[in-house]
Write a protein that binds this ligand. Structure first.
Ligand code: IDP
Length: 140
């Protein structure tokens, strides 16, 4: 199986409730290694560009406001099939539809404040990692 890297964000609802450790434990127990991590407060410009693909969606403005409402933890997770594995651990976007035992089922507050972001493809993972991290900040 391929060793991959994926990009992850612990969103403002997670940092506000002090869930950084609890969520990181889920990643590590599933065999994903946190090879880069930093706590930042995104600017509107940063969040707006990150979610640019959703620009035409009705929730875009609220999403940018939410993502800049408090600190986030940006991360690089590494492991076998990391992109898909992380999506499985996270669960569905809407916590109401998320499987039991997933991060979003257990921690998310709403479809918007759903605790975590995870890249949806290997290609996007590379783009998102490069958006937040310099190569020398990632230590495998
Ligand atoms: P994903 O995070 O599961 O990949 P996306 O559809 O890419 O889901 O949406 C990005 C983020 O936008 C979601 O994680 C969530 O925070 C927010 N979002 C998605 N759909 C809605 C919605 O219908 N209302 C409000 N926020 C939404």
């Amino acid at each position: 199986m391929a060793i991959e890297r994926t990009f992850s964000i612990l969103k403002p609802d997670a940092t506000r409730r002090n869930l950084t450790g609890a969520i990181n434990e889920r990643f590590e127990k599933a065999g994903l290694r946190i090879v880069a991590q930093k706590r930042i407060h995104m600017t509107e410009a940063q969040a707006g560009k990150f979610y640019e693909v959703h620009k035409e969606r009705p929730f875009y403005g609220e999403l940018v406001k939410f993502m800049t409402s408090g600190p986030v933890v940006v991360q690089v997770l590494e492991g076998e099939n990391a992109v898909l594995k992380n999506r499985e651990i996270m669960g569905a976007t809407n916590p109401a539809n998320a499987d039991a035992g997933t991060i979003r089922k257990d921690f998310a507050e709403s479809i918007e404040a759903n605790s975590v972001h995870g890249s949806d493809s290997l290609e996007n993972a590379a783009i998102e990692i490069a958006y937040f991290f310099a190569g020398c900040e990632i230590v495998g």
